[in-house]
Ligand binder design. Structure first.
Ligand SMILES: Cc1cc2nc3c(=O)[nH]c(=O)nc-3n(C[C@H](O)[C@H](O)[C@H](O)COP(=O)(O)OP(=O)(O)OC[C@H]3O[C@@H](n4cnc5c(N)ncnc54)[C@H](O)[C@@H]3O)c2cc1C
Length: 445
């Protein structure tokens, strides 16, 4: 891995370092927020403990992500020509029995009045994150290599943060983009969370390919009585695919207790699909990456002078391909709220409530929908896994487009968005309950 983060001077000092905004975490959300605030003329400090870029994940983008990247100065065509991305025009689901289904945004969406861009991207995250880091530093953001370990506050107002290196950073505004494992401010303020589904484990690796492929492919072998597990294949460049396997933490624990190493579990899963035979023969490019997570969303992710963004606010299930869109959207909205209310010194209650509500509603919609319609057996047993895919993707893809067009910001627009999402969530719930009642104990997948 490249040594990408510049070394910073020792930060040990009793006196606080002052700036306009302190951003905790230099992942995708942290870099995006820092860049936008620095471009608007604010003095930004971004605190990130990792010395080099870890292998980031989040490579298959939703249709709304390209506009958000473009707003940061990374338009789609530039990403393609710099070989940081490949086109994604559709998603394919392949079952173990050889059948497949394609999910493609309808062509009429490209026409008037919708004018939806029917292409999105797969990204090489190491290269994309490296470029974003360069832009962030170039915009004047001071990157500090340290870890935030404490928060000094008066009630719900944050005064400063302390780091493992013994430094203090004080600013009128703070953004927490510390990711789903740290969730710094959610822990500090004991924020409640809504969880969806079980703990899951993801293992993934990269394979060289001689022929470039187009679109994201999901490989499924749905067991009628069991929770769904799946494999992704994402062409992150013309000569490399990312391949990942996601299942429940309980399933991995059982396999590990039987003595299977991660590499074997990963390999055995891939061997179920002939597509991976040649890739496995060629061999992987590095040791297999592993992470565990649980889909969830925090409630109340904004305070008087702080906002939480990215996975620190909401962990959206990877199968929805919505994490990057969510992280960039949170970063854009959090930065613009700080710019808007900067002179007042704090966020009005309405702005806090509507920011938190948008994050809550969207995450509940994606996580609740995918769990009920695709992961859990009742609906997919009753209508079949391919139709479950259609039932999930139609509202999910449209919702992101609606959000991008509607740009809900104020209380009224946020309330309307919540109503709209509530109708979809209620429909998914009714469908789930209906199928659960009707479904035989074990039916066709
Ligand atoms: C297995 C998997 C597959 C995924 N696939 C997709 C996909 O195909 N498409 C998609 O859109 N999304 C996907 N996602 C989601 C996507 O990866 C994330 O939404 C996105 O990268 C989150 O960025 P973030 O900045 O919020 O968090 P992170 O990238 O985790 O960044 C958080 C940063 O905070 C730093 N930090 C942590 N603690 C501290 C501290 N105490 N002080 C200072 N800094 C700290 C960390 O070092 C890290 O750099 C996937 C996620 C997973 C887990």
């Amino acid at each position: 891995m490249d040594e990408l983060l510049p070394k910073t001077e020792s930060t040990s000092s009793e006196k606080a370092t002052l700036c306009d905004v302190t951003v905790i975490g230099g992942g995708l959300a942290g870099k995006a927020a820092s860049l936008q605030l620095a471009k608007a003329g604010l003095r930004v400090i971004c605190i990130e403990p990792e010395e080099s870029l870890r292998q980031p994940v989040g490579e298959s983008l939703d249709w709304s992500a390209p506009d958000l990247l473009s707003a940061l100065g990374l338009p789609m065509n530039d990403l393609i020509s710099a070989q940081m991305a490949t086109w994604k025009r559709h998603v394919t689901v392949r079952l173990r029995d050889g059948t497949s289904a394609h999910y493609i945004p309808s062509a009429w969406l490209a026409g008037s009045p919708f004018r939806v861009e029917l292409r999105t991207l797969h990204v090489d995250r190491l290269r994309l994150d490296r470029e974003l880091l360069k832009m962030t530093i170039g915009s004047g953001v001071k990157l500090v290599r340290d870890k935030v370990v404490g928060v000094e506050r008066k009630r719900r107002n944050i005064a400063s943060v302390r780091t493992a290196g013994g430094a203090r950073f004080s600013s009128p505004w703070f953004i927490d983009a510390s990711g789903f494992t740290t969730c710094l401010l959610a822990r500090e303020f004991n924020l409640p969370a809504i969880h969806s589904g079980p703990v899951k484990v993801a293992m993934w690796n990269y394979f060289p390919v001689s022929e470039s492929i187009e679109g994201t492919t999901l490989y499924l072998d749905p067991m009628p009585a069991e929770y769904l597990e799946w494999i992704w294949e994402i062409p992150v460049s013309t000569d490399m695919v990312s391949v990942g396997y996601i299942t429940t933490g309980a399933a991995i624990k059982a396999k590990r207790e039987r003595g299977s190493p991660v590499e074997d579990i990963f390999r055995q899963q891939l061997m179920k699909f002939p597509r991976f035979d040649p890739l496995l023969r060629e061999g992987v490019l590095s040791p297999t990456n592993v992470t565990s997570f649980r889909s969830r969303v925090q409630i109340g992710v904004a305070g008087p002078n702080w906002l939480i963004a990215g996975e620190a606010a909401a962990m959206v299930d990877p199968i929805t391909a919505n994490g990057v869109t969510a992280a960039l959207r949170h970063a854009a909205e959090a930065s613009s709220l700080i710019l808007k209310y900067r002179s007042q010194g704090q966020l009005p209650l309405g702005a806090r409530v509507s920011y938190s509500s948008r994050i809550l509603q969207m995450a509940k919609f994606f996580n609740g929908g995918i769990e009920k319609i695709v992961y859990e057996p009742p609906v997919r047993n009753r209508i079949g896994v391919q139709r479950s895919g259609t039932v999930y993707t139609s509202p999910a893809w449209s919702m992101n487009v609606v959000y991008a067009r509607m740009k809900p910001r104020g209380i009224v627009a946020t309330f309307l968005l919540g109503l709209f999402l509530g109708v979809f969530r209620a429909s998914a719930w009714i469908l789930y309950q209906f199928c659960k009642r009707l479904a035989p104990a074990v039916g066709p997948a």
